[in-house]
Write a protein that binds this ligand. Sequence first.
Ligand SMILES: C[S@@+](CC[C@H](N)C(=O)[O-])C[C@H]1O[C@@H](n2cnc3c(N)ncnc32)[C@H](O)[C@@H]1O
Length: 204
Amino acid sequence: MGHYFEAQPAVGSEPVDVEVCVGGGTFSMTTDRGVFSYGRLDRGTGLLLRDAPPPPASGDLLDLGCGTGAIALSLAQRSPDARIHAVDVNTRALELCATNARRNGLHNVHVAHPDEIDPLWAFDLIWSNPPVRIGKTALHDLLATWLGRLRPGGRAVLVMQRNLGADSLHRWLDGSLPGWPTTRLGSSKGYRLLQIVHPPADGI
Ligand SMILES: C[S@@+](CC[C@H](N)C(=O)[O-])C[C@H]1O[C@@H](n2cnc3c(N)ncnc32)[C@H](O)[C@@H]1O
């Protein structure tokens, strides 16, 4: 069995279409084997899309670890004037996300491998169901990198299972980003929804 975060999934392709209706939006997406959450919307992702505060109407919004693109597509529908960046290391996921955006007429989604994003580029919002399975150290490195690219006043919302370490991640965020308040926005069916705020430049 491979991992959903392999660059090139070894498992054969067997696409399955899914209709998603959540957070006031509706879209269809093709899922595939070798990509996270085959044949369904992940329950944690559903919680994020349902309960996260509304995204900004404009600016640069990032779906970190986009998979088939559920988060990116929802952001694009809700914020048609924003630029949605969808990044993943899994090439099958990147192809699916790009196709899914096109199919739903969402032309503000830019799909890329993380290495293709200018490291100086900054974001107003990050939404992510992060890749916990890559291991704690790699996950911390990944979050430190991308959270560090939030603009002052920007925020991130992460969803994570409690039994995969959400509360320990919350403590790590508190310790690693002093002055950047991390709050638990919600908790449902074993998932935690965490929000991290990069304080505005004027400190207000
Ligand atoms: C838990 S899945 C979430 C997928 C999708 N956002 C969803 O909600 O269905 C995490 C995703 O992160 C991707 N990923 C793993 N390592 C990554 C990295 N270093 N940079 C960006 N994405 C990564 C995985 O390939 C996977 O698609």
